[in-house]
Ligand binder design. Structure first.
Ligand SMILES: *[C@@H]1O[C@H](CO)[C@@H](O)[C@H](O)[C@H]1NC(C)=O
Ligand SMILES: *[C@@H]1O[C@H](CO)[C@@H](O)[C@H](O)[C@H]1NC(C)=O
Ligand SMILES: *[C@@H]1O[C@H](CO)[C@@H](O)[C@H](O)[C@H]1NC(C)=O
Length: 572
């Protein structure tokens, strides 16, 4: 907060810089038509106020990415030496020149701006549609998302004065047509306060429970000891986590721990967490029950984002800004929400958000995201020709978690779940840490000869998921009913809990937390501590999708966790 206020003062000061005068307008971003599923339904009311965000050119984002790898590669002598918020801000903040150019342009137009990110690289302004149309040579109109009837004010094109184009990344929301977020695991209820089926404790042959997952992956049941090491659970879409459901869950499925164990609440953008039992969200209940129920004794923070931001989806950015500003930020954050497709975000917005994840990674937080539930067709099932990669799963600075199930065939064990999303980005190139794996996997696909799956994916894109974990038939409690859920929404909290428990042991041993995980996971020590899942496929777009294979594959990534082996691999 203090940082933001100081920054605002210097912005006002710089606003006295020399006027820029009239300039040629240059088209900055444009698209031919709204995204599929949206229709234009008229001009936007001239007097309606728009809240717009201006992403400014950052001083040295490549420098930040370099530092991130330096502290995340196990072979680096700087491994684990996470950056401070001040160090991160130095790379991310705009230069004085950028700040001067943009602030004098805004003040010439009598527009007030306030920074909305810790380093001041994103500003927010409020202006009427009529002024925005002139300022940006734009044509803000009303667009309707046909399926939901929701309306959005967007423009298909906007321009900037020529001298500003090198200082501004983008204005937002302008050319973005994001469909509603994907999450929503389906809950199959068994009845009030009644177990789905009576199962032997520790058995995974019926529903999946904490006891069975602990056994399957060797996850310890002894409580964590380090109160400073916390685990964050992201909440969006008015999905609320219910304490009474958690208590019922723990009373029945974790009899060995205090059933009153609770989570802390943090809110942003007008978020809340009402506790009427019938307002419990399936996603939020799942995420809190399988973090508190697996990461025994690790304090869990439920972070609830509301819609009080320019387009709803800016909550993704605001949540990270909140954590960058928080010196007691969690060491792990799990997010079970994604966009339905990478292309729901313009490239500029996706890159900016991905770089924000790099900032939090450099500070030492591990970011895990569910890979999506539509197989190769995206965050959730949709018709498609080319495969649909999912964001944020495709951001190279996060860990994407896919799903597995149990096959009863002797010798098979875990197999990739049919719904699990995986594939290759069209926005982000292959990062070094997985270059060999992606090349080997694509060579293997090529060796299969001509198949219907050929040509539907980008051979030079970042591959996902990175890892996987069980994601089917999880037993949870929602609105006082036991029932089951499936989805990568199950797998991300589980894997996050494993990392949180490792961090607890690391902190207890006086060592740094794991931070950005991928360079470690793809190292020889990391991959050896994962169970390679070699079977399964993830159909979509009227094909079989990708196929499981030895080593990394685009169904289950490097595989599922083996806690005992991971302990050794992280040096415990
Ligand atoms: C269980 O947890 C609650 C809430 O944190 C606490 O008030 C209570 O004292 C705990 N009970 C035991 C037996 O530790
Ligand atoms: C494939 O991925 C690369 C690397 O990110 C990108 O430059 C290229 O535009 C992508 N191709 C398509 C067709 O999207
Ligand atoms: C996990 O790793 C340990 C050794 O690190 C090994 O003994 C055990 O068999 C592994 N478990 C599984 C399920 O592979």
């Amino acid at each position: 907060m203090v940082l933001a206020i100081n920054f605002f003062a210097s912005l006002v000061l710089l606003a006295k810089a020399k006027p820029t005068g009239p300039h040629t307008m240059v088209v900055h971003e444009s698209r031919a038509a709204p995204a599929e599923g949206f229709v234009q339904s008229g001009a936007a009311p001239a007097k309606q106020e728009l809240t717009l965000r201006i992403a400014l050119k950052q001083t040295d984002i490549a420098g930040l990415q370099g530092e991130l790898y330096k502290v995340s590669e196990p072979t680096s002598k700087f491994y684990g030496q996470h950056l401070t918020a001040e160090e991160v801000a130095k790379f991310v903040k705009p230069t004085d020149e950028t700040l001067g150019a943009v602030s004098s342009w805004l003040s010439e137009n009598n527009i007030d701006a306030k920074p909305v990110t810790p380093a001041g690289d994103m500003l927010e302004i409020k202006i009427p549609v009529s002024q925005a149309n002139v300022l940006l040579s734009a044509e803000f109109s009303v667009f309707t998302h046909v399926e939901t009837g929701k309306t959005f004010i967007r423009t298909l094109q906007y321009s900037l004065p020529a001298p500003l184009t090198r200082h501004v990344e983008f204005f937002h929301p302008t050319t973005i047509f994001a469909r509603p977020l994907a999450s929503r695991p389906k809950f199959v209820a068994a009845g009030p306060a009644k177990r789905v089926t009576p199962v032997l404790p520790g058995s995974c042959t019926s529903t999946l429970t904490p006891a069975c997952l602990q056994e399957l992956y060797g996850i310890p049941t002894t409580p964590a000891t380090q109160k400073s090491n916390t685990l964050g659970v992201a909440g969006f879409l008015d999905q609320w986590a219910n304490q009474a459901d958690l208590t019922t869950f723990l009373t029945t499925l974790r009899k060995d721990i205090n059933s009153s164990t609770t989570f802390a609440l943090e809110t942003l953008d007008g978020g809340s967490n009402p506790q009427n039992r019938d307002q419990a969200g399936v996603e939020a209940d799942l995420d809190t029950q399988y973090t508190i129920g697996i990461a025994t004794g690790v304090p869990v923070i439920f972070i609830s984002a509301g819609d009080d931001n320019p387009d709803g989806v800016s909550g993704f950015l605001d949540m990270i800004s909140l954590l960058i500003n928080d010196p007691s930020r969690p060491s792990v954050l799990t997010t079970s929400y994604s966009f339905q497709a990478e292309t729901d975000l313009p490239l500029s917005v996706a890159i900016n958000l991905c770089n924000t994840y790099a900032q939090l990674g450099a500070l030492g937080t591990s970011l895990l995201f569910a890979s999506g539930d539509g197989g190769v067709s995206g965050g959730q099932s949709q018709s498609c020709g080319d495969y649909v990669p999912v964001f944020p799963a495709t951001c190279p600075f996060i860990t994407s978690v896919g799903s597995t199930g149990l096959d009863q065939t002797p010798g098979v064990g875990e197999i990739g779940s049919m719904f699990t999303s995986g594939g290759f980005s069209n926005y982000f190139p292959i990062p070094d840490y997985q270059a060999k794996d992606v090349a080997a996997y694509i060579a293997w696909l090529d060796s299969l000869g001509t198949i219907p799956e050929d040509g539907r994916y980008n051979r030079s894109g970042r591959g996902f998921p990175d890892v996987s974990a069980q994601g089917e038939n999880y037993e949870i409690v929602v609105d006082n009913q036991f029932g089951t859920v499936a989805g990568t929404s199950c797998s991300s909290p589980l894997f996050a809990s494993v990392i949180a428990l490792l961090n607890d042991e690391l902190v207890a041993a006086g060592k740094p937390t794991l931070g950005f995980l991928n360079p470690f996971l793809y190292s020889s020590a990391g991959r050896a501590a994962l169970n390679d899942v070699m079977f399964g496929d993830n159909p979509g777009c009227a094909t079989d999708g990708f196929f499981g294979h030895a080593g990394w594959d685009a169904v289950t990534g490097l595989g599922t966790p083996n806690y005992t082996a991971l302990r050794t691999a992280v040096g415990l």
